[in-house]
Design a protein around this ligand. Structure first.
Ligand code: BG6
Length: 467
């Protein structure tokens, strides 16, 4: 019988800036996420007292104050693991502060203690789509090599503080995202040159490798992984040129995994730099530091897409946030993301074949509009189908011999979306009474999928339906 491993880490994933709110509470500094209150596709808005608490993200779902209730609900579903992030600007409000902010550190102590009460393991991302805004304003973001040292200091502080409480870590969320949104990824403006962006990415890769080493020194029994946006591309046709271009498109994001798992820049990337006039300073010390490779690979997976070498065809057809061409064989979500469960099995096999390191699916889910029925229930069968079909493919991959550590679906509780800061794009098993105007009560409510996921976890996947 096909099975999930006995200690499979079932759970959910959220990020500080999308759930916590309390954006200036207890000494927190402004982050890049705070100055983009309309989401990562929005523009930068200067924040001061005159526009405080005006945006959804400023309060988000108020996880900062309501986490005990939310953790209890996750525990009720049987979560083994909860992925969240630490807001760097709660710990170092300006990024370059000499001392950490004790109130920020104390908040995460309480959060991890609450999780421990129920035996829920924290999986903690050091940086999920945010960094202290002052590091961008005053230092130029990751374009400046000094940020590596500030990040190291932040990582050292939290590894030391939480060494007994957190044994699973991730460095940068969707590290390849900087190729699409450099402000969110590396604190650079959208009109930066390719050389500037790749230099900043290089600094981030060095920082990631440096803190992998640090984590091993401070918490020898911890595991630390990277986090990739799994942007799986298929050729639009079987024309050899389309196949080659697709390979190259996949290399654009696999490059990050190659550096973080194999410890060096791959030849295809050096060729890309040479042929596109991209100049990246890589020192001998950087080369050595990069050899500190991760213990496991984590990734997000929401959709796949197609690509072609035919420029006009590409311009005509491109769609969704990653500008992938929609696949004519697949349906799409309300937000135009192509739904492809089989792609998840393909991706798991591809990453396992390439790296032979344990894999952790740390984001997957369906953003959809929910309706509260007159009896108060939320019948989100569409979400159940999406998740069921993806989990069936995870089990197939495990059967293929892929080592999968766990699965944390995205947004187990409704949260503010990253791309456009919407709350009506819901991912949760738990409904949060909030609307785009911010006039909701924030009351929590179990959806139909809540009971479905509880059963999946309880049965260790045996309740999934193969259809
Ligand atoms: C991932 C991010 O890209 O996708 C999350 O790591 C994000 O932060 C998720 O929320 C879904 O995207 P969105 O825009 O629907 O929130």
């Amino acid at each position: 019988m096909k099975q999930f491993p006995t200690h499979f880490l079932w759970g959910g994933a959220v990020a500080a800036n999308q759930v916590e709110g309390a954006y200036l509470t207890d000494g927190k500094g402004l982050s890049t996420s705070d100055v983009q209150p309309q989401g990562i596709f929005g523009s930068i808005i200067e924040r001061d007292a005159s526009n405080a608490m005006q945006y959804l993200k400023d309060t988000a779902i108020d996880f900062y104050h309501r986490y005990p209730e939310d953790i209890a609900l996750f525990a009720e579903m049987g979560f083994k693991c909860l992925r969240t992030s630490i807001a760097w600007s709660r710990i170092f409000p300006h990024g370059d502060d000499a001392q950490p902010n004790e109130a920020g550190l104390a908040f995460y102590d309480k959060l991890f203690d609450e999780m421990a009460k129920y035996g829920i393991k924290p999986l903690i991302t050091l940086s999920h789509y945010e960094m202290p805004w002052a590091l961008v304003n005053q230092y130029g973001g990751w374009g400046n090599r000094k940020i590596i040292d500030f990040f190291e200091r932040y990582a050292r502080t939290i590894f030391t503080r939480y060494q007994k409480k957190v044994k699973l870590w991730l460095t940068f969320n969707e590290i390849n995202m900087s190729l699409h949104e450099p402000l969110t990824g590396v604190g650079l403006s959208r009109n930066s040159t390719q050389s500037e962006i790749y230099q900043a990415i290089h600094h981030q890769l060095v920082a990631s490798a440096r803190v992998v080493k640090l984590c091993r020194e401070i918490i020898p029994d911890a595991q630390i992984g990277n986090m990739l946006l799994g942007g799986l591309m298929y050729p639009l046709t079987c024309k050899p040129e389309d196949v080659l271009v697709t390979l190259q498109q996949n290399q654009k994001w696999l490059f990050f995994g190659d550096v973080q798992c194999r410890g060096a820049y791959p030849g295809y990337m050096l060729r890309y730099f040479r042929e596109h006039g991209i100049d990246v300073t890589i020192t001998e010390q950087d080369r050595q530091e990069l050899q500190n490779t991760v213990d496991f690979i984590s990734f997000s997976y929401y959709m796949s897409g197609c690509t072609t070498g035919d420029e006009t065809e590409y311009q005509k057809q491109r769609g969704n946030i990653l500008n992938m061409i929609p696949n004519p064989y697949l349906a799409s979500s309300e937000w135009g993301w192509q739904i492809d469960p089989v792609g998840l099995r393909t991706l798991l096999n591809l990453l396992w074949d390439r790296y032979q390191k344990p894999l952790f699916i740390v984001e997957n889910g369906l953003g959809a509009k929910d309706t509260v029925e007159t009896d108060g229930s939320i019948q989100d069968d569409y979400r159940i189908h999406y998740l069921n079909d993806h989990l069936v493919q995870v089990r197939e991959a495990i059967e293929d011999g892929v080592n999968v550590m766990g699965y944390t679906s995205w947004g187990p509780i409704d949260l503010v979306s990253a791309s456009k800061a919407e709350i009506s794009k819901r991912y949760g098993y738990i409904y949060v009474d909030q609307n785009e105007q911010g006039t909701g009560s924030l009351e929590r409510r179990r959806k139909k999928s809540f009971y479905w996921y509880k059963q999946v976890i309880e049965s260790n996947g045996q309740s999934l339906s193969e259809k």
